[in-house]
Each structure stands twice: as C-alpha cells, then as structure tokens.
Design a binder for this molecule. Structure first.
Ligand code: FES
Length: 386
C-alpha cells in the first residue's frame, strides 16, 4: 500500500511539472482567430428576454363601441419574443406629459408575435387606456416590456378541458389562447363563455366564430338582450353545467372584480381546489375618496432625489408617474415584483389581497409601490427604470 501511494505521488508530481508546458503547447496549437464578440447562446437569450423594446404603433382598428385594437412592430425590425398565450406586456408612453405604463393582455398568438406583429385590445377606460384610444396614431412610438405573467395554461397543473370566462374587455387573453390552440401549439380543449351587455359589444366575434371550426367552443352570454342562439343573463353555475363538468375543468377568468366576486359565489359549492380557478389580475387603481389627504413622497433613484404629492387614495406608483418620476412597473397588481422598492420611512397600507411580497421583503422593509397607498409622508428608494 505504501509503495503504491509513493508511485502515484511521483506521477502526480510529474503531471504537475508538465502543467505549464502543456498549457503553452495547447495555446500555441489554438486557432489564431479572435474570439467571437457574442455567442449564439447569448444572442438567443437576448431574443427570448429583450427586457424593454422600442416599438411603433402600426395600426388601430375599432373592435366594438369603446374598444380598439392596437398593433405594434419593433423598431429594430426583430420578432417579438416567444410567450405563452394568456400573458401580458406593459406598454409605456408619454400621455399628456406623464410617463405612464399599463399592462395589456396580448391578443396575438405566440406565432403572430414571432412573425413580427403584436396586438392589444384596449378599452377606452382609465387615464392611459383612454389617452391611447383618443390620441394614439400609427407611427407613434412607445416602449414595451417583454411578455410576462402567470395567466396561461400549464400541462402539469391544469385539466385538459379549460373553461375560460370573459367579461367585456377581458376577452383579450382568450383570443390569444384560442388562436394558439387552433394553431396546434396548445394541448387543451377550450370552452369560452363570453359575457357582454349586447351583441354589439362583443369584440372579435367573427374571429371567434371562425375558430369554432378549429375546435373552439364559444358561448355568448348577453345580459341586456335576449337573442336566439345566445345565452341570456350571466355565467351562473347552472349555465356552466349545461356545457361542461365543472369538477373536471380548469377555470381561467378575466373581467371586472364584480365578475370575479359573482363567480366565487357560484363556484363555492363545488369546493374546487385553488389551482383550478385562475384570475387575470387587474391593475390597482385610484380608490373612491371625497377629500383625500395629500402627503409628501420623497423618492431616491440612485443618487437623485425626487419629490411628489401622494394622495392617500392613489398608489405610490401613480403618484410618481403623475410627477414624471421614472419608476419601473409591469403588472401594476403587486405580483411581478418589478417595482420592488426599499421603504425608508412613513406609514402605508397595501391593497387587500395584493400583497405579493416575499416573506423576506416584508421583514426587511420592501414595498411594491403599484399596490401601496400612503398614510403619511413617505420616503422610498426605487430601482431605476430600464
Ligand atoms: S409592477 Fe408588478 S409588482 Fe409592482
């Protein structure tokens, strides 16, 4: 045993002595070509995750009263990155002197985005969406974040049968999901309940009807008119049962909060597991208030210090945008963490059910300004926007 160890030790020493000459020989035998400036794997990663893209509005078309479709292309003429049908991207623009951003569900299918075109359906409601509907013209330029979000089908989690329930402008992610299924890129069977007040207010109806041939089942539910071939009223559990087995489906809901509350009540008797019902999160907006108190918000971004008025019924993010402070945002619903900021002082409250912070962030004093409302003067440190 001792003898063997000595032999191996001797060989190791020889190898060690040859390390440098071997390395020199390998370097001398190497290609004299300079190393590439970028590698394919990095280029691929940049294509998949471009961060923020410069885009141009190429077309606007009406969908139904109070809602238009906006089509964009990238200024660098590249394709939009791949995404999962149902996800959103945030559009950033300068509306009336304020730098504002809003997330919109993508209407295009992933294939259409890869072909260089990305569309949103935008209802004429709220500050930025209203401005888009009234003021935006083809040729206008914006910035757009890469697609994000958890609102998409997941084979391991979801039933093969998915039931999508849309209220009004909430139809947009489902158009993408239906297109993607029709293009053979998703394995689910899709049953869509689309609620609106009247037939006139159904967006994308022609296209949805055409997709029936590719397997889409669509049920229109009109609350304000009775029309043969359309359901009347709301998407009650009784109506859902008429078309599907509720316990054997995964639900995707997109619409106003009142629709979510209504469906919570309708589905409660079935005691579905949490994972069976997914809601698309809406932005956290201004709260009704008669005479809201206004506080002072001090914002640090790197070595710059800004100051803004912050009303108690508006999120810190909205106050920063109003003051022209370049604060980052994506989902505006507390979930993505993109606006995560360090709390430095002051009292605040977080919108109910919107606290998407990690436990460590709660403990070490971070907030998501998109869902945080001030209760006193406040001071925060915000990451620089891209
Ligand atoms: S923008 Fe997503 S958490 Fe604030």
């Amino acid at each position: 045993m001792t003898f063997k160890k000595q032999v191996f030790g001797f060989l190791d020493m020889l190898r060690f002595k040859k390390l440098v000459p071997n390395r020199r020989a390998a370097l001398a035998a190497g290609s004299p070509e300079p190393l590439p400036k970028s590698y394919r794997v990095n280029e691929q990663a940049r294509r998949l995750h471009p961060g923020v893209m410069e885009v141009e509005l190429t077309a606007v078309r009406p969908l139904c009263p109070g809602m238009q479709e906006f089509t964009f292309r990238r200024l660098d003429a590249d394709a939009f990155p791949f995404f999962r049908a149902g996800q959103y991207a945030a559009l950033q623009g300068n509306a009336g002197g304020s730098l504002v951003s809003r997330p919109y569900s993508i209407v295009s299918s992933p294939r259409q985005a890869l072909a260089g075109e990305l569309t949103f359906g935008v209802a004429d409601a709220g500050f930025f969406s209203g401005w888009l509907n009234r003021e935006a013209r083809p040729g206008d330029r914006f910035r757009m974040t890469e697609p994000s979000g958890e609102f998409h089908y997941e084979t391991l989690r979801d039933h093969r049968q998915i039931v999508c329930i849309a209220g009004g402008a909430g139809i947009t992610p489902f158009v993408s999901m239906a297109r993607s299924m029709a293009e053979g890129d998703e394995p689910y069977e899709m049953l869509l309940f689309y609620g609106a007040r009247t037939r006139e207010q159904l967006a994308y109806r022609e296209e949805l009807d055409a997709l029936r041939e590719k397997g889409l089942r669509v049920v229109y539910v009109l609350s304000d008119e009775e029309v043969p071939g359309f359901e009347h009223g709301f998407a009650t559990a009784k109506l859902l049962e008429k078309y599907t087995d509720i316990r054997e489906a995964s639900f995707f809901l997109c619409g106003p909060q009142a629709m979510y509350d209504f469906l919570d009540r309708e589905l409660a008797p079935y005691a579905l597991p949490r994972k069976a019902v997914r809601r698309d999160a809406s932005c956290c907006g201004a709260l009704p208030a008669e005479e809201p108190r206004v506080f002072r918000l001090t914002v640090h971004i790197r070595d710059r210090v800004f100051s803004a008025d912050a009303a108690e019924n508006e999120t810190l993010l909205a106050s920063m945008e109003r003051a022209g402070i370049p604060a980052p945002s994506k989902c505006r619903a507390g979930g993505c963490g993109y606006c995560r900021s360090k709390w430095l002082g002051g009292e605040f409250r977080i919108a109910e059910g919107r606290d998407g912070r990690r436990e460590a962030d709660r403990k070490f004093g971070f907030v998501h300004p998109c869902v945080t409302y001030p209760l006193s003067d406040m001071e925060i440190e915000v990451p620089p926007a891209e």
